[in-house]
Design a protein around this ligand. Structure first.
Ligand SMILES: *[C@@H]1O[C@H](CO)[C@@H](O)[C@H](O)[C@H]1NC(C)=O
Ligand SMILES: *[C@@H]1O[C@H](CO)[C@@H](O)[C@H](O)[C@H]1NC(C)=O
Length: 361
C-alpha cells in the first residue's frame, strides 16, 4: 500500500517535472526566436550619411580647473608644475585584459568630472563585430561634445574622430598574444597593470584616487592551462602581427618606465597597492572575490559567459562607514549594473540574460 502510493506520487512528480521542462522549452524557444528577430531588427542595416559638424578641439568644460601635480610629497613634483586632468578619452576594450576593471575606473572618473559618455543604445556594445558608426551612439547629434567612449566596438578611426574632440587620448590594453590562449586568471601580473595605471595617471594628470581598483571579472583559478613551448610558438606564428605590435609596445612601455624612474615607479606601485588593500579592507566582505553562488546581492552579480559560472564577484561589507559607502559600491559594481546606473538602457542584453536563465543555459 505504502509502496503503491509512493510509486503514484513519484509518477505524478515526474509528470509535473516533464510538463515544466516542456513549458520551459516552449517558452525558451519562443523567447529566443523573439530575441533573434529583435536583434536583427535592432541592427542598423543602412548607414545614412550624417552631416559633418566639427567637434570642438576639447570637450573639457572646466578648463580653469588646474591642478598642482603635488599629489605626493615628492621633491621633483613639488616645483609648482600644474596640469589639467585630461577628460577626453577613447578606450578600446579588448578581451581578457582587465578591461572591465579599467572600465570601472573610467566610469568613476566620468562621474566625478560629470563627463559625457558616448554610450550604445539598448545594449552594452556598439554592434560588435560590425564596424563602428557614430550613428550607433545613443542620442547622437552632429557637433555634440562627448568626452568618453569605452564600450566594446570595432575600431573605425574616421568615425571615432568625428565623434570625439581633437585632444582625445586613445587608450587600450594589450597582452602577450600567446597568453590569450591560456587562462585569464593570472593576467594582472603579466600585464603590469599597476605600472600601466601609474603611467596613465601621470600622462593624463589624474590623481591616485582615480586609479584605485578591485579586480573585476576575474575567473576561477581551476581553468589555468599552460601552453607548451611548441604551442606557444604556433600561437605566436598564427598571430604574427599581434606579436609584433605587442613586442613594440612592450619596448616603449619599459622605456616609459625608465623615463618615469624605476625607483619612483616602484614607490608609486607600492602606494597604489597599499591604497587598494586599504579599500579592500573597508569595502569587501571577507576581503576577497567569491564565486557567483556566494554573492548575496543581485546588484553585485557579474555577467557570466554562456554555459559557465566562472566569473567571480564580491560581497559589499554590511557596515561600511558613510564616507566610503558610495565609493565602495561603485568600485565593486559589475559593468552592466554600472552602465544601467549611468543611464544606459540594456533591454536587449537583459532580455537575452532572462532567456538564458529560463532555458538554464
Ligand atoms: C605630505 O606631507 C605632510 C606633511 O609633512 C604629511 O602630513 C602627509 O601625510 C604627506 N602626504 C603623503 C601622501 O605622503
Ligand atoms: C619586454 O621587454 C622587457 C624589457 O626590455 C624584456 O625583458 C621582455 O623580455 C620583453 N617581453 C617580451 C614578451 O618581449
Amino acid at each position: 500500500m505504502q509502496r503503491g502510493r509512493g510509486k503514484a506520487e513519484k509518477r505524478s512528480r515526474q509528470g509535473r517535472q516533464w510538463r515544466s521542462v516542456c513549458k520551459g522549452l516552449v517558452l525558451g524557444t519562443l523567447l529566443t526566436s523573439c530575441m533573434i528577430l529583435l536583434y536583427c531588427l535592432s541592427t542598423p542595416q543602412t548607414h545614412f550619411s550624417l552631416p559633418e559638424v566639427p567637434v570642438p578641439y576639447s570637450c573639457a568644460h572646466r578648463p580653469s580647473q588646474l591642478r598642482s601635480k603635488q599629489t605626493t610629497n615628492r621633491s621633483e613634483q613639488a616645483s609648482g608644475q600644474t596640469c589639467t586632468p585630461k577628460v577626453d578619452i577613447m578606450f578600446m576594450k579588448t578581451h581578457k585584459t582587465a578591461s572591465s576593471t579599467f572600465l570601472n575606473i573610467l566610469f568613476r572618473f566620468g562621474e566625478k568630472h560629470r563627463l559625457k559618455f558616448a554610450f550604445p543604445d539598448s545594449r552594452n556594445d556598439f554592434f560588435y563585430p560590425s564596424v563602428f558608426q557614430r550613428s550607433q551612439v545613443k542620442d547622437y547629434r552632429p557637433g555634440m561634445c562627448f568626452n568618453i567612449i569605452c564600450n566594446h566596438l570595432r575600431f573605425n578611426a574616421p568615425e571615432v574622430a568625428k565623434l570625439l574632440p581633437m585632444d582625445t587620448s586613445y587608450i587600450t590594453i594589450l597582452r602577450d598574444p600567446a597568453e590569450l590562449f591560456e587562462s585569464s586568471f593570472h593576467y594582472f601580473g603579466k600585464l603590469h597593470f599597476e605600472e600601466s595605471l601609474i603611467l596613465l595617471k601621470d600622462a593624463l594628470c589624474w590623481e591616485m584616487d582615480d586609479v584605485l581598483f578591485f579586480k573585476l571579472n576575474a575567473r576561477k583559478g581551476s581553468t589555468v592551462s599552460k601552453l607548451t613551448p611548441e604551442l606557444r610558438a604556433k600561437a605566436l606564428e598564427w598571430n604574427a602581427i599581434d606579436w609584433k605590435l605587442y613586442q613594440h609596445l612592450n619596448q616603449t612601455f619599459w622605456k616609459k618606465v625608465d623615463a618615469y624612474g624605476r625607483q619612483r615607479m616602484a614607490e608609486d606601485v607600492a602606494e597604489l597597492r597599499r591604497r587598494n588593500a586599504e579599500m579592500a579592507s573597508i569595502c569587501i566582505e571577507g576581503g576577497r572575490a567569491v564565486e557567483a553562488g556566494s554573492i548575496q546581492e543581485t546588484a553585485m552579480q557579474p555577467w557570466q559567459p554562456i554555459g559557465e559560472k566562472s566569473i567571480m564577484g564580491y560581497n559589499l561589507k554590511k557596515n561600511v562607514d558613510k564616507a566610503h559607502r558610495k565609493l565602495c559600491r561603485k568600485m565593486l559594481m559589475p559593468e552592466l549594473q554600472y552602465l544601467t546606473e549611468l543611464g544606459v538602457n540594456l533591454w536587449i542584453t537583459k532580455l537575452w540574460g532572462h532567456v538564458r536563465d529560463i532555458i538554464n543555459w
